[in-house]
Ligand binder design. Structure first.
Ligand code: IYR
Length: 222
């Protein structure tokens, strides 16, 4: 059987311009409603929602289509507790020693500190890994390309998909987070990219009073 190198594009959808305008606006509005949430309810979320969001993330373009990502869905409370402990060890070090005064000042409006109870409260942590290089079935190394960029794009889609489904998220980057690779039994070619916390927001949760830059400020037309 001959496998064709190219196939017709059957999935692309064009819209009339007024509908395109409406869709573009509605999507921007929906994304602007997204807020990073740092306090979670322990209410359960069906795993299927998370799986669908990972499917959306996996639609990201990637260097040479190598899809250099792996998503560990952590739902086991004992493992979430372990991750919280590992993260808080690093964060205590970060807030008391590693962070420069300038960095701490930049973080002050967000009200973050070394305590990470959400790692235990939220029903899911999604540990996102990127493959610095690939390992084939025979254990041979092969190069990956633009792995952090590819996984960054996939993570953006993951956050968008979870928000679209009606869940809150928090991008958490314990630093260093090497402990995640061992704790979650990932192979040596993978590095942790970030930890995404997701679930329902805690009741009456508050979020920092911060604004997004308007398009006119972040966009230039040449
Ligand atoms: N990783 C730390 C500190 C932190 C750093 C940045 I940059 C943030 O935008 C938020 C937090 C923490 O999670 O608290």
């Amino acid at each position: 059987m001959n496998i064709p190198q190219f196939l017709p594009l059957t999935t692309y959808q064009e819209y009339p311009q007024d509908e395109m305008q409406r869709r573009a606006h509605a999507f921007a509005e929906e994304m602007q409603r997204r807020r990073t949430v740092r306090e979670y309810s322990d209410r359960q979320v069906p795993r299927e929602i998370i799986t669908e969001a990972v499917r959306a993330a996996a639609s990201a373009p990637s260097g040479a289509n190598l899809q250099p990502w792996h998503f560990v869905i952590v739902e086991d409370l004992a493992v979430r507790k372990q991750i919280r402990e590992g993260a808080e060890v690093e964060e205590r070090e970060f807030y008391s020693r590693r962070a420069t005064p300038e960095w701490l000042a930049a973080l002050a409006p967000l009200g973050t500190d070394e305590n990470k109870p959400f790692l235990e409260t939220a029903p899911y942590l999604i540990a996102v890994f990127y493959q610095r290089y690939g390992l084939d079935a025979a254990g041979q190394k092969f190069k990956t390309y633009y792995a952090p960029e590819s996984v960054g794009i996939a993570t953006g889609l993951l956050i968008g998909a979870l928000h679209h489904a009606g869940l809150a998220t928090l991008t958490h980057t314990p630093s260093p987070m090497g402990f995640l690779r061992e704790m979650l039994h990932r192979p040596i070619n993978e590095s942790p990219f970030l930890l995404l916390v997701t679930g329902y927001p805690a009741e009456n949760v508050q979020v920092p009073n911060i604004q997004r830059k308007p398009a006119a400020e972040i966009m230039t037309v040449v």
